[in-house]
Design a protein around this ligand. Sequence first.
Ligand code: AMP
Length: 185
Amino acid sequence: MQIVFIGPPGAGKGTQSTLLANYLKIPKLSTGDMLREGCDQRTDVGRQAAQYMESGRLVPDPLVEKIVLDRLSEPDCLTGYILDGFPRTLPQAANFDRWLGDQERSLSVVIEIRVSEEELLERLAERGRQDDDREIIRLRLKQYAKLTHPLIDYYEQRNLLQVINGVGTTDAIFNHLQQIVDRVG
Ligand code: AMP
């Protein structure tokens, strides 16, 4: 199965996509992790991405597309994969679709973990972070609303979208997720 996760920062995408990857025994690719690794190892991409990531902005599309599509071309992704954090803009989604078409592959399902902005801000306040961090997280939420949220319509129009309520226990949310993938697969 080829699965994409969409959801705002703090929705629990990372946790749920990791659980699902273990359940389905397919690799999970997190673009955030890949970019952070690039930063730590001071690769060219990492160096270019660092300034954007530190300020809470999205990294330019071509940089992210290159690392994801290279990774998806590796043999362990042939039987399926879970994407956590990609695509995150409409141009990324369109280029990804083109790439999938070229490979004669397609997505199985796109999972949106839906959490209201009020709930996210509450979670954020509970974490008791410093003001600087809060400002960055607010910017990330704004970027999500402006650049990533349009993907929900994009995938709904392609009949790929499944929505999960992201408020609840990890177990309850994962249960719902399992039901969805069992139905799709
Ligand atoms: P994440 O761990 O998914 O929250 O990602 C951390 C940061 O990496 C984001 O705030 C962005 O700066 C960058 N990033 C991750 N995925 C993407 C993407 N698909 N497009 C652009 N920037 C991304």
